[in-house]
Design a protein around this ligand. Structure first.
Ligand SMILES: [Zn+2]
Length: 342
């Protein structure tokens, strides 16, 4: 079985974006603010938006199941206040839930949280619980920088975040550490801000002792871990300077990396450096990099090909990357598959 742990609903019907535009306009002119009920997307529209896009590509590439969350760049937690994010997250999560109900063999949800700069993360718990308990979601996306590129929140190791971690541990769900749109002109959203955040999240965890307080907490760092695998020696050396335990002890029981790296040498490096137990298959399809690679003739984000081709993995290890690790890191996903006899 091939499980893609990183997919977003990037092809939602246009009505969703139009509703959001009105919501944002309503922040300046309250008369424009739309009601939640004014957004109506039929099952047929939803089905079509998936069948001709995500699902067609999954079938083409042999991906069985995708952990599916709202479009990351659309989260835009920096816009408005907590109420703005709360209703927006509720709408986006509900759509992913409907998709997962419509195609239960192919999609399982992960929640966007209603984060807002300066607001305590505990405010996200009701939406998180609803998504896990009522919708059957198996994970969350946690934005370490709800300000959108200005980094006004404390590091992930700060007690600021602890109420959320306590709930994650209680529900036994992992978080993908995933930022959203950059509103800082210095950082391109997907080319800089995302990769910066992946690297930053790892370094925050390295500097702290978070996993002493939460030994079962699990973070998935996307986009192949940003610069982390490439600079593994630097991180090992910094940990040594800081008198931290070896990274295997200090971080690798709790931190995992996905395979959203869009060329063969990158995947070869990732799988050559990071222990196989810590690598989970993902493509972030349909995402930021949708084009054909003229050097290979295949899509950049067709990451399965790179995993198949890398010399660093045996067949058993490939199975771990494609399925086994995902089932270990997402126990609720494992339970759901097991209940279907898979
Ligand atoms: Zn993503």
């Amino acid at each position: 079985m091939i499980i893609d742990v990183h997919g977003h609903y990037t092809t939602a019907p246009a009505a969703l974006g139009a509703w959001r535009d009105l919501q944002v306009a309503g922040l300046k002119e309250p008369g424009l603010a739309p009601s939640r009920a004014s957004l109506s997307i039929s099952d047929d529209e939803l089905r079509e938006s998936i069948e001709i896009n995500q699902l067609a590509k999954m079938r083409e590439r042999g991906i069985d199941l995708t952990v599916f969350s709202p479009r990351a760049s659309f989260m835009a937690h920096h816009i408005g206040n907590f109420e703005t994010s709360a209703i927006w997250a509720a709408i986006c999560n509900e759509l992913c839930h409907r998709v997962s109900e419509m195609f239960p063999d192919h999609f399982v949800g992960a929640a966007m949280l209603p984060q807002s700069p300066g607001v305590a993360p505990a405010s996200c718990i009701p939406e998180l619980e609803r998504c896990v308990k009522e919708y059957g979601f198996v994970g969350i996306n946690l934005n370490p920088d709800p300000s959108g590129g200005h980094w006004t929140s404390p590091p992930l190791t700060d007690r600021h975040w602890y109420p959320l971690y306590e709930k994650m541990v209680e529900l036994d769900i992992p978080a993908m550490i995933h930022v959203s749109t950059s509103c800082n002109a210095c950082f391109h959203t997907t080319g800089a801000h995302y990769l910066n955040a992946d690297t930053t999240a790892f370094m925050q965890c390295l500097s702290g002792d978070l996993f002493k307080d939460f030994p079962t907490l699990r973070f998935l760092i996307p986009h192949g871990g940003g610069a982390v695998p490439y600079h593994w020696g630097r991180f090992r050396g910094l940990a040594q300077e800081m008198k931290k335990p070896l990274l295997e002890e200090h971080l690798l029981k709790n931190i995992f990396f996905d395979t959203c790296v869009y060329h063969q040498p990158g995947i070869d490096l990732l799988t050559g450096v990071i222990p196989v137990e810590n690598v989970l298959f993902a493509s972030e399809m349909i995402g930021a990099v949708r084009g054909l690679d003229p050097q290979t003739g295949h899509h950049f984000d067709d990451t399965r090909r790179y995993i198949e081709a890398t010399p660093h993995l045996t067949d058993a290890q490939r199975h771990q990357v494609f399925e086994g690790n995902a089932r270990r890191v997402f126990p609720r996903l494992d339970a759901r598959l097991a209940s279907k006899g898979l």
